[in-house]
Ligand binder design. Structure first.
Ligand SMILES: *Cc1c(COP(=O)(O)O)cnc(C)c1O
Length: 472
């Protein structure tokens, strides 16, 4: 009796790890998946199946065949071997999507990264003398040429740039900042925290919606070390508002022998107003011309380059910032510098920058171009989907700029809306399916539809979306 029961035990008929690894389907991926990953995958699949069988306790749960098990091992091994950081398709239309890595690099920047990645590079060496040089020199000249700054240095990101600059210029002293500019950028970057962490004391001036020059003037004491301006990059205060023009602030600080620093964040080399995408916000050059001693900005926002924090301005404060011991802890590597230099080079000819830097190209796409792309995508999706189950339409929409750049300045676009006629699968289910595709695709959901915004898509990416919807 006991023996019979054991013979019927489905757990007993499961193959061993060793045997599964020898299955033809598993052997076939052996060249692409490391052996330890395959072994772990086989072990975990067998464990999962055993648990399923035990939970089913013989009631209707069939033991999978060896071929079925092998397929599961292949899928599991491929999942485990796949890189975590993968290229993705951004169909959200959000040009600077922080979750999707913000700016996409130009072809020139990609080539520059590739070249220095594959070889040694003259990162910190003087070619004249063969002696140790400075990594700052690779982009300093270009940054000065493009912005009118006297000097420049680059660190890991803009948060780091602000931290380093405030610490160098105002540690142990007071920093004046308008109450309307005490921003949180996201990812736990809060201006008041940064100021405190840098060892300076925060002094708030004015009110949330209105700050006047006299508010700054009245707050200046012998303890003041810096007047800080921060571009409120992810919200806009509208209505009864007043802020002090940067030039007036610079004049006031000069009177008192104090530096003014402008944290621009978005970091435009071409003013957004010139791109036709924003009201009054100026460029880095405008901020320096207005008299700011130091200006900070991100490399991967409106500039369209790699993640970096640019610190530009007058020679004396920039030199001090670059020599601060913490500058070493925030320094950039050769890949970042290569991408940044190549990106900056494009700005020497603004038309080239507009044509070749994806961020600028996406921001300036015209409605007819967006409509053409949307129509092409719709046609491709129509071919890929059964017509009796899904509905595809073109809808006028708005694209966000994102990345904390120009709040309230969204751009008109044309989206492809996809919905299942009977609501199955739901928009959430469709979006989840797209995210699990290779490459993962990110779209927007609005009401009962999934929206694909062509603003941030390259023509070849339309095919990825069509492939992904095929097996919905
Ligand atoms: C985005 C932003 C930052 C942070 O920049 P990161 O490069 O993401 O570190 C700081 N200040 C302002 C005003 C910003 O807009």
């Amino acid at each position: 009796m006991k023996a019979t029961k054991e013979d019927n035990n489905p757990l007993r008929s499961l193959p061993s790890v060793h045997r599964l690894l020898a299955a033809p389907a598993v052997r076939a991926i052996g060249a692409r998946v490391p052996a330890p990953v395959l072994t772990e995958a086989a072990r975990s699949v067998l464990e999962a199946v055993r648990a399923e069988l035990v939970a089913g306790n013989g009631r209707g749960v069939a033991t999978p065949s060896e071929a079925e098990l092998a397929e599961r091992v292949v899928a599991e091994a491929q999942r485990r071997a796949a890189p975590s950081l993968q290229a993705a398709v951004n169909a959200t239309g959000i040009v600077l999507h922080t979750g999707l890595g913000r700016a996409r690099l130009s072809a020139a920047a990609q080539r520059a990264v590739q070249e220095v990645a594959a070889a040694h590079a003259v990162l910190e060496i003087e070619r004249e003398t063969g002696r140790r040089g400075s990594r700052r020199d690779h982009v300093r000249g270009l940054l000065c040429e493009l912005t009118g700054a006297e000097d420049a240095t680059v660190v890991n990101n803009c948060a780091g740039a602000v931290f380093l600059a405030v610490m160098t210029l105002a540690a142990g002293r007071e920093v004046l900042i308008s109450r309307g500019e005490l921003v949180e950028i996201g990812g736990a970057f809060r201006m008041p925290d940064i100021i405190r962490a840098s060892g300076a004391t925060l002094v708030e001036v004015g009110t949330t919606n209105r700050t006047r020059l006299s508010d700054y003037a009245n707050a200046i004491t012998e303890r003041t070390g810096l007047i800080l301006r921060c571009h409120p990059s992810n919200f806009a205060i509208v209505g009864f508002t007043e802020e002090v023009p940067t030039a007036a602030l610079a004049a006031l600080s000069k009177e008192h022998g104090l530096p003014v620093m402008d944290d621009q964040g978005s970091g435009a080399l071409i003013a957004p107003s010139e791109l036709g995408i924003g009201g009054q916000k100026g460029s880095l050059k405008d901020s320096l011309a207005a008299g700011c001693e130091v200006v900070t900005a991100s490399g991967d926002k409106l500039l369209g380059g790699p993640q970096a924090g640019l610190i530009l301005g007058r020679r004396e404060p920039i030199e001090r910032i670059a020599k601060h011991p913490l500058a070493r802890a925030l320094r950039v590597d050769k890949l970042t510098l290569a991408a940044l230099e190549a990106t900056l080079c494009l700005y020497r000819e603004p038309d080239r920058a507009l044509a070749e830097i994806p961020t600028l190209r996406y921001l300036t796409r015209t409605e007819p171009e967006l409509r053409r792309l949307a129509q092409r995508l719709k046609t491709k999706l129509q071919t890929a989907l059964p017509p009796d189950r899904f509905l595809l339409t073109l809808v006028p929409e708005r694209s966000q700029i994102g990345g904390g750049s120009l709040p309230g300045e969204d751009l008109p676009t044309v989206c492809v809306a996809l919905r299942a006629l009977d609501g199955v699968p739901s928009p959430d289910e469709i979006a989840a399916h797209l995210r699990h595709h290779t490459p993962p695709i990110f779209a927007r959901i609005k009401a009962d539809a999934v929206l694909f915004d062509p603003r941030t898509l390259e023509p070849e990416e339309l095919d990825f979306i069509a492939q992904a919807v095929r097996n919905l």
